[in-house]
Design a protein around this ligand. Structure first.
Ligand SMILES: Cc1cc2nc3c(=O)[nH]c(=O)nc-3n(C[C@H](O)[C@H](O)[C@H](O)COP(=O)(O)OP(=O)(O)OC[C@H]3O[C@@H](n4cnc5c(N)ncnc54)[C@H](O)[C@@H]3O)c2cc1C
Length: 505
């Protein structure tokens, strides 16, 4: 018999910036989270917001749209940028401390794709940790949010409605039923062998939503960060974009600067362009890629996180060139959701990196995702609060949720390598088909565990979406179709077939 518990308030799955913002906006909420830290903790550069008197939400929206490969949804982008200043004020009101200048004004950095300085930061390059500290303090200061540490494995349905989740604590399974379920489980960078994403960012929520038949969107659009420290670590330490904003340049092994030949904005070109340029440096044998940040004064004080990463491998950024490679970093794709977090399935909301609202289109503007969690998190709370339905009817869930062990074996590492080699920065039709057949060879092994099943299902859907898009746009680059095709200037929507469900007993 599976234990079933009925919660009297919405259940938010995920405790990053998006999940905690949703929970804090509700009169009562439960937050379910694994012990793994999500991406928010690691965010470095900061939060993009139109704060300076020389800036405006309109300009921020224009910059967001101009890097989005034509797929940014203007109405949703406007909500993000216009909601930005108030969202940041709320964060400051609950105690978040951002870096300030001598006059007490907030310091604003410039990052790639932004035409002006508009990125708030904390402790130099430890913004995410400060955001999490402030949100957790707010949760702990009240008694409205109850945190449950467990992994969600699958959604529970009654008819067409989501009414809860199957959770796991080791081998034990328990079903939690709730009047609303919000997925804020973050992105899916861990399906790639080279990623900046920490261990918990496995795409669970996206896979779960797909099994429940929720529409998924833009799964082919993965953002590869250009500059991860290339020293064999997993996750790869990020070298924040702000370094280039402060004057760091990219050079080859001979110290020659190479970005100006790829784009007029050179090192500050949109991420996908910089990432591909670095990829070519390796792939075409052009002498690799190094970040030269030696011109940045007071490096250790201004970028303590990067400084610590570099020193951990005996590199000193003020003296040495830092070897860099691109790495899977942010997922524009995810669960199709509107600007209130509503998905195509009643009872289910999605927010933050797990969702795909069209706010980033085919390519995210740097530092827009913490803001996304704040702005759309608050909007989702407001919508959830007025849409609660007590769970009713016989609960069903995918059978495998109850049978399989959690942790995957070495086949998962094979999958990650295949995804990096064939479904990474530069894709081709034959390469994608090859990736698909390699993954199908691993199918039966991967499906023996919860983690393997998630990675397999998600990777196959990414490949399908990448095959369908026979053009290059934003984060999706097809060497066999290197140009954008105006006929394909639309989002990719996938309606997955709902998994076979079994009655929860
Ligand atoms: C190194 C790095 C630097 C970055 N720098 C910036 C930056 O400077 N500015 C910016 O805007 N963005 C940055 N980003 C991106 C940004 O951090 C993320 O997009 C954002 O934090 C995502 O927030 P989230 O709340 O959606 O997910 P996350 O913060 O990833 O949180 C997901 C939560 O879900 C939980 N979870 C996942 N699966 C399950 C499950 N099955 N059951 C229960 N719980 C689950 C996790 O434990 C976690 O609590 C960076 C990302 C990385 C990796």
């Amino acid at each position: 018999m599976t234990e079933i518990t009925r919660l009297d308030a919405p259940l938010v799955v995920g405790a990053g910036v998006a999940g905690l913002t949703v929970a804090l906006g509700l009169p009562q909420a439960y937050v379910l989270t694994t012990q793994d830290m999500g991406s928010t903790w690691w965010a470095q550069g900061g939060i993009a917001v139109a704060w300076s008197p020389d800036d405006s939400p309109r300009q921020h929206a224009d910059d967001t749209l101009s890097v989005s490969g034509g797929l940014g949804v203007e109405r949703v982008v406007d909500l993000l940028t216009h909601g930005g200043p108030a969202a940041v004020e709320n964060l400051i009101a609950i105690g978040a401390q951002f870096d300030r200048d001598e006059d007490g004004g907030l310091m604003l950095a410039r990052e790639g794709g932004h035409r002006t300085r508009r990125v708030l930061h904390a402790d130099g390059d430890a913004t995410g940790a400060e955001v999490m500290r402030a949100l957790i303090a707010a949760v702990e200061a009240g008694d409205r949010v109850t945190v449950i540490q467990r992994r969600a494995i699958d959604l529970v349905m009654a008819g067409d409605r989501v009414i809860g989740v199957v959770t796991s604590e080791g081998k034990k399974r328990e079903v939690l039923l709730a009047p609303a379920v919000v997925l804020a489980t973050g992105g899916a960078g861990r399906i790639y062998s080279q990623t900046t994403n920490p261990a918990g960012v496995t795409g669970d929520g996206i896979a779960m939503a797909g099994r429940a038949g929720a529409r998924l969107a833009d799964l082919e659009f993965v953002q590869f960060h250009p500059t991860a420290l290339h020293v064999g670590k997993d996750p790869m330490p990020l070298l924040t974009e702000a370094l280039r904003g402060e004057g760091a340049i990219l050079v080859d092994a001979h110290g020659r600067r190479f970005m100006p030949q790829y784009h007029p904005m050179a090192e500050l070109a949109p991420r996908d362009i910089v990432a591909r340029a670095i990829f070519w440096q390796y792939d075409r044998g052009l002498g690799g890629a190094y970040l030269d940040a030696r011109s940045i004064v007071d490096f250790a004080d201004r970028f303590p996180t990067v400084n610590a990463h570099a020193h951990s491998v005996e590199l000193d950024p003020s003296e040495h060139l830092l070897p860099v490679s691109p790495a899977a970093h942010y997922y524009m794709g995810g669960i199709d959701a509107d600007s209130n977090g509503r998905t195509s399935v009643p009872g289910l909301w999605a927010v933050g990196e797990a969702s795909s609202t069209g706010v980033h289109g085919a390519n995210r503007l740097a530092s827009n995702s913490l803001l996304e969690g704040l702005v759309f998190g608050a909007r989702t709370s407001a919508d959830v609060a007025t849409s609660l339905v007590a769970p009713d009817g016989e609960p069903f869930a995918p059978k495998e949720a109850f049978d399989l062990p959690l942790v995957a074996g070495p086949a998962l590492e094979d999958l990650r390598q295949i995804m990096w080699d064939r479904v990474g920065l530069v894709r081709t039709g034959p390469g994608l088909w090859e990736a698909r057949s390699h993954l199908l060879e691993l199918d039966s092994v991967l499906r023996r565990t919860i983690a393997g099943r998630v990675a397999l299902e998600l990777s196959l859907m990414v490949i399908l979406a990448a095959l369908r898009r026979s053009e290059s746009r934003g984060g999706h680059y097809r060497a066999d179709y290197p140009e954008p095709d105006p006929m394909q200037e639309h989002r990719t929507l996938i309606d997955p077939t709902r998994a076979q469900m079994t009655a929860v007993s």
